[in-house]
Design a protein around this ligand. Structure first.
Ligand code: NAD
Ligand code: SER
Length: 316
């Protein structure tokens, strides 16, 4: 079995911070190369890091050659809320980065590529409850449009060139080790920090805005599970529906109150992220991921709340 040399692009972000650590446990520190626009503030000496702008394809190619890279995890992107502030750049970053990585995968014969999609591929015309794998996908955000186009591109490279590209439609992700990067679901991370700091939080989404969510340990475990699955079990090459739990800001506040008595939540009158959330599903049906490669989440809301608060209390 050949040694895999894995390059993670966008490694300083919410997912990359945790994914790199897990990949290094499995593949060895030296075989997982972290890369981002700049070195992380607390620069880890656990393994190699390269300063890299993924839009610079020549530099990317140099890094691939330098480390004899065999797999790429492409995490660099603008997320939903931040993408709305500059839709042209969002399209450029989210699409060109994927095109560069997929083309390099063919040129350098990568064994696998990982690229995450999102529940943002769905839109206001999609059935909102237990949204199935194959359904109406008419996103109205630029982020969702790039994710939908990216899914089609990944499947195209698989069908036309046999490229082993794998993808998951992540729901909103919540973790204590890293900060979220400008999405609509970021409130579900901020609320825990503010609960510990101030015993109160002003939420930018309304109380009853139910969205699909997942605790980061589940998301990382599921990602590695998909990437480890034998190729023939990966039957969907656009992107897999992937569910953990569903909740709204009121539910999280109630869950936090069980640990922090007197915790108060209030709600902003208007915020542009409310309109984005209104176009997304409430819950996701993920039987394909469960059947094809054995996906099963472990964390519900109360288990996540306990773990978040315990870890943040020590970390901050
Ligand atoms: P993030 O914003 O926290 O991290 C993205 C990282 O990419 C940042 O560290 C940023 O510096 C880096 N980056 C930006 N431009 C770059 C460039 N030109 N070259 C190299 N690096 C660059 O995002 P995240 O939450 O870690 O998300 C990673 C991926 O997962 C994205 O594709 C995102 O759409 C997807 N996703 C995330 C969530 C979530 O809830 N976090 C949900 C669904 C999908
Ligand atoms: N959590 C992400 C966002 O809110 C979903 O892709 O943008």
């Amino acid at each position: 079995m050949r040694t895999e040399r894995i390059l993670v692009v966008g490694s300083n972000g919410q997912i990359g911070t945790e994914l790199v650590a897990e990949l290094r446990k499995v593949h060895g520190n030296a075989n997982v190369i972290a890369s981002d626009l700049k070195a992380p503030e607390s620069h880890s000496s656990d393994g190699p890091f390269e300063t890299l702008d993924i839009l610079d394809k020549y530099h990317f190619t140099d890094v691939v050659k330098k480390y004899e890279v065999t797999q790429v995890y492409l995490l660099a992107a603008l997320l939903s809320a931040i993408a709305e502030k500059d839709h042209r750049f969002a399209w450029k970053l989210n699409m060109k980065s994927l095109q560069i990585v997929l083309d390099a995968a063919l040129d350098f014969k990568f064994s696998k590529v990982y690229w995450p999609s999102s529940i943002a591929v769905f839109g206001p015309s999609t059935p909102r409850v237990l949204t199935p794998q194959c359904t109406i996908t008419e996103p109205t955000t630029i982020y969702g449009i790039t994710k939908l186009a990216g899914e089609r591109l990944c499947e195209y490279y698989f069908l036309k060139y046999g490229l082993d590209v794998r993808s998951i439609r992540y729901p909103g992700l919540i973790g204590w080790k890293s900060a979220p990067g400008g999405g609509t679901t970021d409130y579900a991370v901020h609320i825990y920090h503010e609960a510990l700091r101030n015993k109160s939080y002003e939420c930018f989404l309304k109380a009853d805005t139910t969205l699909p969510m997942m605790y980061m340990p589940d998301a990382i475990r599921g990602t590695l599970q998909l990437m480890d699955a034998p190729a023939e079990q990966v039957k969907i090459r656009s992107s897999y529906n992937f569910a953990g739990m569903s909740f709204n800001p009121y539910d999280v506040a109630k869950s936090i109150e069980k640990h922090i008595s007197g915790f108060q939540i209030s709600y902003k009158d208007t915020d542009p992220r409310q309109a984005i959330a209104a176009g997304w599903p409430e819950s996701i049906e993920d039987s394909e991921a469960r059947q094809h490669w054995g996906w099963k989440p472990e964390f519900g809301l109360d288990e996540m709340t306990r773990d978040m608060l315990e870890n943040l209390a020590v970390a901050v």
